[in-house]
Design a binder for this molecule. Structure first.
Ligand code: SF4
Length: 478
């Protein structure tokens, strides 16, 4: 997975200072966050749908081996081909091989986070194959040469004016910032790409083992065109995205639509189980499903993080996260942004490499409340931080900051010795008198505590501890 997480702090600072981005993020969160919450409160299936869906996902993840073999068997029975890819490179190579065998020159794509994760577009273009994203948001950022900044709304950081200027530059259309006109311009440009494509590539929002199909959801109809018009359809699926049976699949799909776009159900839902039947006019001649592991087996093997595989990438956690709402998606430096990215990117791309992400979240718990499956992201963020503090050879994690660890060890010792604690407290009260302060707050602490006051003030130590006050109180009693 391509990571630019090292630039987290610089990118975040820039994002916070960008008023246009701040307004776009505030608009997104004020629109989608409350709308999704209101749908959860009025679930026609009853309030326990979310708990049930969590249990369905957990059951599927716990029985992945059986589910995937069942799915693969049914798709093969229907004339499709199924490939298991252990790594991102394997997944990319499988696609390149299919493209070469089918003499593919033009590809149209539906939005797919797993293909972002494995870097598929770059690999296809390096082979001289033209790749066109067809989701409007993805199309915009592809034209702009950027990365998605939200799992579901990839171009949320772009203004109408910026999109208008981009279309004029790249498509040669007259400038406008009118959304319906911009959408029409994109549709006209993309229609030609659909007609010329030899291969359609899609993700898979959810598969169903019982029926042997994959499901794609969109609100623009683009995925349906990308998967039916070209003669070859290749679908990529993270290996965990499966439900056991149709009843469970439907429950999860409903919640996915609510979490993703505050909808009862997505505008276009397609169930695909193989190539077109011989007596069907529509559909591809060949259907390939690439099931991607790329680090998921390691997550599956660790009970502490297995819950993360229940995630359906709906993006609801982004729509309420106060950190994402300030720093935007690009700061996360990977395909997966927001709270879900802060857990899944370290697990897939390396905990040390992506340490900023799990350390940057606030642990406020809003993500858990907004998640349709109530996934406990804060618990997993803490587990990742513990690994960074202690190190863990099973995950190749080296302790991040030895001085910080030593500081907390010393602090722990002090807390266990009342006399030492009281002496240091008295010393602290004396020293704080010479610290720069105003409005009864300390403005600047010396090293090694200076980081704390870089962006906030510090409340001074109280004149008396609770124990001292208690003694005085007891002493004053008759
Ligand atoms: S963690 Fe929950 S809310 Fe966030 S993307 Fe995954 S399923 Fe959706």
């Amino acid at each position: 997975m391509e990571l630019t997480t090292k630039a987290y702090k610089q990118t975040a600072k820039k994002a916070i200072a960008d008023p246009i981005l701040q307004s776009a993020l505030a608009g997104l969160q004020s629109r989608l966050g409350p709308a999704t919450a209101s749908l959860y409160e009025n679930l026609p299936e009853g309030p326990d749908l979310r708990a049930k869906a969590h249990a369905y996902r957990r059951k599927a993840v716990d029985n992945l081996d059986i589910m995937l073999v069942t799915l693969a068997g049914k798709i093969r029975e229907n004339g499709g081909e199924v490939h298991f890819a252990a790594t991102a490179k394997d997944a990319v190579d499988i696609c390149l091989d299919i493209a070469e065998k089918n003499n593919v020159k033009h590809v149209v794509k539906g939005k797919s986070m797993v293909t972002e994760e494995i870097g598929l577009n770059r690999a296809l273009m390096d082979k001289g194959i033209e790749v066109n994203e067809t989701d409007l948001g993805e199309y915009i950022i592809q034209l702009a040469g950027e990365k998605p900044s939200h799992i579901v709304a990839p171009a949320v950081h772009k203004t109408r004016k910026e999109v208008g200027e981009l279309f004029t530059e790249k498509l040669g259309t007259p400038y406008t910032d009118d959304p319906p006109t911009l959408t029409r311009d994109a549709r006209q440009a993309l229609r030609k790409k659909f007609m010329a494509a030899d291969m359609g590539i899609s993700g898979c929002n959810l598969a169903c083992a019982e029926t042997g199909h994959i499901t794609t959801v969109s609100n623009e109809g683009n995925i349906r065109m990308a998967t039916t018009l070209p003669r070859v359809h290749v679908a990529f699926m993270g290996m965990e995205r499966i439900a056991a049976n149709l009843e469970e699949h439907q429950a999860i799909l409903r919640l996915m639509s609510m979490g993703a776009a505050a909808q009862q159900i997505g505008g276009y839902v397609s169930y695909i189980g193989g190539p077109a039947a011989v007596d069907h006019a529509d559909g591809p001649q060949a259907f390939h499903l690439v099931i991607v592991d790329n680090g998921r087996s390691r997550i599956l093997a660790d009970e502490e993080f297995r819950e993360m595989l229940c995630c359906i990438r709906c993006g609801a956690c982004l729509n309420v996260c106060p950190v994402y709402g300030k720093i935007g998606g690009h700061s996360y430096g990977s395909a997966y942004t927001g709270p879900v990215g802060a857990v899944v990117t370290p697990l897939l791309g390396g905990i040390n490499e992506a340490s900023h992400l799990c350390q940057g979240e606030s642990l406020c718990g809003a993500c858990r409340v907004a998640c349709p499956l109530n996934l406990n992201l804060p618990r997993m963020l803490l587990a990742l931080r513990a690994k960074l503090s202690e190190g863990d050879p099973r995950w190749n994690v080296k302790p991040k900051s030895r001085p910080e660890k030593m500081l907390f060890q010393v602090w722990s010792r002090i807390n266990q010795n009342r006399k030492v604690y009281d002496i240091l407290l008295k010393l602290g009260r004396l020293i704080q008198k010479i610290m720069p302060s105003s409005n009864h707050m300390i403005r600047r602490l010396p090293w090694p505590f200076s980081g704390w006051t870089q962006s906030r003030d510090m409340k001074p130590l109280a004149g008396k501890t609770f124990m001292e006050l208690w003694k005085e109180h007891q002493g004053g009693r008759s």
